[in-house]
Design a protein around this ligand. Structure first.
Ligand code: ZN
Length: 394
């Protein structure tokens, strides 16, 4: 059996037992066997191993868990971004531009784009990523989007209800029927989750409830885009349906906060429905950021993700999102890192990633920095020195 020892770690973030909310250990080592964390402890007591990586006294973290990404698309919307930065408002209508380009692309073209973006994210420390469909919006195009996504992740999400495509613009009920019927049947074999863009201009609460219920009946877990562009019933619908996560949460009422906080486990160990914040979207649409403090102070479990997509947040960088969360949403650096690792794992209802404790998947990031604090302290700097995924140095 081949064992790998990651040794001489100055600051190890475990999200388990250790100092503070991040479970930090100093002068530590991690033993990896068969893709899993086999041992965590003081470097001075590290067991022998066939191979050794010397972290050189730097910080080591769990790999980032990006629980919200739209990577299966074609085309480019840089001009739309430039127009927005020149003062035009974001409405979500540009999704249809990407739908046209995606439908026109070949399987190999789509696959090459996903591969490029997945590689880009991995080099920035993302070892687990969720990938949504949602730019095909036909039975065949949604099914192939998910088939391709499944080549890159096990967390695939069917988002046929991203927007009503132009050809159904005057008969949205018919489109909901298509999504719940033949599209779901074609998508479900390749999907773990179902998602709906529940927002004015996309899908109202009745359509969203109907679509998510169909998905649940087909065995898919629920997640939801909610309360991004304005207040609405999406967050409470998500809680009602035991969604793993409600995503965006930019415009929340007190009742929304109460509903999310009310899902907390009785032992205080977090919530069933996570609030996933996507500050890259607010950055790229020049919109007000979600009130992360209000969520955290109410005891809601918060995750951070990129929302990587060609329209409203074309970043694959979790370190960038951490920096935004700290600077713009007043999360502490510790809260932001937890949200980008363990929080993302909870948003995907996974306990094998986002932590570095024995039994977890051996996904480690070695920073070119002495502390995780540098992720926000040195924004825009490539601090990801080495990524180990599934026990394999990348
Ligand atoms: Zn999204």
């Amino acid at each position: 059996m081949s064992a790998l020892l990651v040794d001489n770690i100055g600051e190890l973030v475990t999200n388990g037992v250790g100092e503070g909310p991040l479970g930090i250990r100093r002068k530590a080592a991690v033993l990896v066997e068969e893709g899993r964390v086999a041992w965590v402890g003081p470097a001075a007591y590290a067991p022998a191993a066939d191979r050794r990586i010397d972290a050189g006294g730097a910080a080591v973290l769990p790999g980032f868990v990006d629980s919200h990404a739209h990577l299966v698309f074609a085309g480019d919307r840089a001009a739309e971004f430039a127009a927005r930065m020149a003062g035009e408002p974001y409405t979500g209508g540009g999704i249809r531009t990407t739908v046209g380009a995606t439908r026109a692309a070949t399987d190999d073209e789509l696959r090459a784009i996903v591969r490029r973006l997945r590689g880009e994210a991995l080099r920035q420390g993302t070892t687990t990523i969720e990938i949504k469909s949602g730019y095909g919006l036909t039975v065949a195009d949604e099914a192939r989007s998910l088939r391709i996504a499944a080549e890159f992740t096990e967390d695939t999400t069917f988002l046929g209800a991203h927007v009503v495509p132009a050809e159904y613009a005057d008969r949205p009920d018919d489109y909901v029927g298509l999504v719940c019927g033949p599209m779901l049947a074609a998508a479900a074999p390749h999907a773990k989750w179902i998602d709906v863009f529940c927002e004015r201009g996309a899908f109202d609460v009745d359509h969203a409830r109907a679509i998510l219920a169909c998905g649940q009946a087909a065995g898919l877990g629920v997640r939801l885009h909610a309360n991004q562009l304005g207040p609405g019933p999406g967050v409470q619908l998500g809680v009602e349906l035991d969604a793993a996560s409600v995503d965006h949460c930019t415009h929340l009422s007190d009742a929304d906060i109460d509903a999310l906080a009310g899902t907390a486990h009785s032992d205080g160990s977090g919530t069933r429905t996570v609030a996933t914040l996507l500050p890259g979207a607010e950055f790229s649409t020049r919109s007000p950021y979600p009130d992360a403090r209000r969520l955290l102070d109410a005891g809601v479990t918060v995750a951070l993700a990129t929302d990587c997509n060609p329209g409203s947040s074309y970043t694959s960088s979790m370190p960038f999102c951490i920096a935004l969360a700290v600077r713009e949403m007043r999360m502490t650096p510790a809260e932001a890192l937890w949200a980008a690792t363990a929080g993302g794992a909870q948003a995907l209802r996974r306990d094998d990633v986002g932590v570095l404790t024995p039994g977890a998947r051996a996904d480690l990031v070695v920073l070119a920095a002495p502390s995780y604090l540098h992720l926000a302290y040195r924004p825009g700097v490539p601090l990801i020195h080495q990524v180990i995924r599934n026990g394999v140095p990348q």
